[in-house]
Design a protein around this ligand. Structure first.
Ligand SMILES: [Cu+2]
Length: 145
């Protein structure tokens, strides 16, 4: 009779822990499920492709209007940055975030446009960024070929 009450008292705690574990598992699996389909980041900026050696990207509201640029391996291309914002922006490509600069574009004021020549790249994924806003304005150059 002495041990039974303590066992009964412990049971609800175990049930709570089990419930918490289930909730945590549900949350984390929900998070994973959220990242998997976001492979097509069309809602978060979208994908644009280099066509005939050129691609245009806009900047507005502290954001690029695309976060993936698709390009062909071994072919240089021109990125036209159209600054629709009131803030200055530029367009640069690095080997990776914090990596070596491949090209650093001129910083232009709102309303201006600049062309940035990106040299031919090997297949792989590169990092593009506005150097003025390296936290908010980033994306990937995906080179295939
Ligand atoms: Cu910027």
């Amino acid at each position: 009779m002495i041990s039974h009450p303590s066992a009964l008292r412990r049971a609800p705690f175990l049930a709570i822990f089990a419930a918490l574990a289930l909730v945590l598992a549900a949350c984390s699996s929900g998070g994973d499920g959220g990242t998997a389909p976001s492979g097509d980041d069309s809602s978060a900026g979208g994908t644009i492709a280099v066509i005939d050696g050129a691609v245009e990207i806009g900047a507005d509201d502290l954001a690029f209007d695309a976060n993936v640029i698709q390009a062909a391996a071994g072919e240089a291309f021109t990125v036209t940055l159209v600054n629709n914002d009131t803030m200055p922006h530029n367009f640069s490509v690095y080997t990776e975030q914090g990596g070596e600069a491949i090209v650093v574009g001129d910083i232009i004021e709102g309303g201006a446009t600049v062309e940035v020549e990106v040299p031919a790249l090997d297949a792989g994924e590169y990092f593009f960024v506005c150097d003025v806003h390296p936290v908010e304005m980033t994306g990937a150059v995906v080179v295939e070929g």
